[in-house]
Design a protein around this ligand. Structure first.
Ligand SMILES: NC(=O)c1ccc[n+]([C@@H]2O[C@H](COP(=O)([O-])OP(=O)(O)OC[C@H]3O[C@@H](n4cnc5c(N)ncnc54)[C@H](OP(=O)(O)O)[C@@H]3O)[C@@H](O)[C@H]2O)c1
Length: 199
């Protein structure tokens, strides 16, 4: 497969396991230089070593994105090691198997910080570099729960809806830089005028 990603530089948050690990390995196999990220250094190192063993380029950065200083450190290390950034995939997230009776307001706040503000931190830290080079892609990992929530995990589902909303907003708010997402544009009709600019 040639996704035309050879030579690009990508940060995939939460790529020490699960879907993020799959994304980072796929990008690397396409010739993208990747930054494996998470809080677990052992696991991040293992993923990076697997990628390097297959002949691709990877390094790691460790940090808890719920904290401003950690997010700044992650961005700074990524920019230094990659020499810039082309693609940011905001994949890191936390789950909580709460129901309405269990999810106190603090739980909602904690998940909002983990799943929404973490992405906001990374967007704010990387967007200036993408603007400067007049090229960049920022992808949020949402969920079907954004629009069709389960009977449980109300706090988690709400964070995913917020991610869809902020992505739609960014299309308008930073529109001249074409920070878009085709999925959201076509499925949620964020801004039909911008659809004509995509292809
Ligand atoms: N799995 C599903 O069925 C499903 C469905 C729809 C959408 N999604 C979305 O897809 C994404 C990945 O899901 P997944 O199931 O693959 O998750 P996962 O296996 O639980 O992995 C989560 C990743 O995020 C990292 N992470 C979590 N909190 C973090 C924090 N505060 N700071 C830094 N890194 C953090 C973890 O790294 P460390 O452990 O190293 O900290 C891990 O690499 C999420 O956004 C999720 O909401 C998943």
């Amino acid at each position: 497969m040639d996704l035309k990603l050879k030579g690009k530089r990508a940060v995939v948050t939460g790529s020490t396991s699960g879907i993020g690990k799959g994304i980072v390995k796929t990008l690397a196999s396409e010739g993208t230089t990747v930054m494996v990220h998470g809080r677990n250094k052992t696991q991040a190192t293992k993923v990076a070593e697997q990628i390097i063993a297959e002949g691709a380029k990877a390094s790691i950065t460790i940090g808890d994105l719920t904290k401003d200083d950690n997010a700044e450190q992650v961005a700074s290390e990524a920019l230094q090691r990659l020499g810039g950034i082309d693609i940011l995939i905001n994949n890191a997230a936390a789950y909580a198997n709460h129901r309405w009776t269990e999810a106190i307001a603090n739980h909602w706040g904690e998940l909002y910080n983990a799943n929404v503000l973490s992405a906001v931190r990374m967007i704010r830290l990387f967007m200036p570099y993408m603007k400067k080079q007049k090229w960049g892609r920022i992808i949020q990992m949402a969920s079907g729960e954004a629009t069709q929530p389960f009977a449980f995990m109300p706090d988690y589902a709400a964070t995913k809806a917020a991610l869809v909303n902020l992505t739609c907003q960014s299309i308008k708010g930073v529109g001249q830089y074409r920070n878009y997402c085709k999925y959201y544009e076509s499925r949620h009709h964020c801004d039909p005028r911008r659809r004509t600019l995509l292809s």
